[in-house]
Design a protein around this ligand. Structure first.
Ligand SMILES: Nc1ncnc2c1ncn2[C@@H]1O[C@H](COP(=O)(O)OP(=O)(O)OP(=O)(O)O)[C@@H](O)[C@H]1O
Length: 289
């Protein structure tokens, strides 16, 4: 609660800010080192058809408690950036730190949970069993596993579904179970790669609301990939617009919206103005190609 009220006050600026015009941080939490820090990060894949410049000179800081969305056309490097943070890809140039250490050290310290595009639950395991699996691998005691499973299922409003199998749940519920699995690590950082892309709009709206509530309750730092402009604007404190070939950042938009966001905030002039700026950024990126 303290975190959300602090940020709501902080967001009463009521204007769009670029990284250049943004005021200096005011609170101790915000003056702390960034949770994610990328400097001139580039990644080129060598393929049979020649080099693919998935990321080029990406420089970005993500502060503790930020909700940062990455939006851009297919192939602009959004997933690659998340995969670099998660130590699943190695950059070819530049540097990146997660919680002040290398991605490899952050992975070993289990500094983040990762939610993929597809829920990716094992069909032969119950929902509880799916959430428990990484905890079993980590060697966490059975009692601790049980309490974490119960806690994260409650967080995503799936209490009572522990003994169900994935096929007994709707797509939206499966995606929530996959978020619960990522939350079970108890990490401060959540990396989410288009988690709601395959869901219909009403379900997506509902999950967006739930995710915001969860973020407000936990104060986690979230990096979120999406193709949807309304989703990016609704969820984020900052929106990173990317363009392809090579994948780079074309705009970073600081949201003036308060942290408490009912769904109908999407009809307000402030919301529409940010959505417009994101759209313009995406258009400009397309023209460059
Ligand atoms: N392992 C790989 N080997 C070769 N090229 C790759 C590899 N992974 C990604 N790429 C290429 O790197 C570029 C960036 O891919 P990436 O998946 O990060 O884009 P994206 O913005 O997440 O796309 P989408 O929105 O479609 O998921 C693309 O051109 C892709 O084909």
């Amino acid at each position: 609660m303290a975190v959300s009220s602090l940020r709501a006050k902080d967001n009463k600026r009521g204007r769009l800010l670029t990284p250049e015009t943004a005021p200096r941080p005011e609170t101790p939490a915000e003056t702390a080192a960034p949770v994610i820090r990328a400097r001139d990060l580039s990644l080129t894949f060598q393929t049979g058809d020649g080099p693919v410049h998935a990321l080029k000179d990406v420089t970005l800081d993500i502060a503790k408690g930020d909700f940062v969305s990455f939006i851009g056309p297919s192939g602009c490097g959004k997933t690659t950036f998340l995969r670099v943070l998660a130590d699943l890809e190695q950059p070819t140039a530049g540097s990146v730190t997660v919680n002040g250490v290398t991605p490899e050290q952050a992975r070993r310290a289990r500094a983040y949970g990762y939610v993929f595009q597809a829920a990716g639950l094992y069909p032969w395991r119950t929902i509880g069993g799916n959430i428990r699996l990484p905890l079993e691998i980590m060697g966490i005691s059975r009692a601790e596993q049980a309490s974490r499973v119960a806690r994260v299922l409650e967080m995503v409003e799936l209490d009572g579904f522990e003994r169900k199998y994935p096929w007994q749940l709707s797509g939206g519920m499966q995606q929530r179970a996959s978020i619960a699995r990522a939350l079970a690590f108890d990490a401060d950082i959540l990396l989410m790669d288009e988690p709601f892309g395959a869901l219909d709009e009403i379900v997506r709206d509902h999950l967006n609301e739930q995710l915001l509530a969860l973020w407000a309750r936990t104060g986690k730092t979230i990096a979120f990939v999406t193709h949807s402009i309304p989703e990016a604007v609704y969820l984020s404190t900052r929106i990173v617009v990317m363009s392809p070939r090579p994948g780079r950042i074309s705009d970073v938009i600081e949201s003036p919206l308060p942290r408490e966001r009912p769904l109908d905030i999407r009809d307000t002039p402030e919301f529409i103005e940010i959505a417009h700026r994101v759209r313009e950024g995406l258009r400009a990126g397309h023209e460059d190609v």
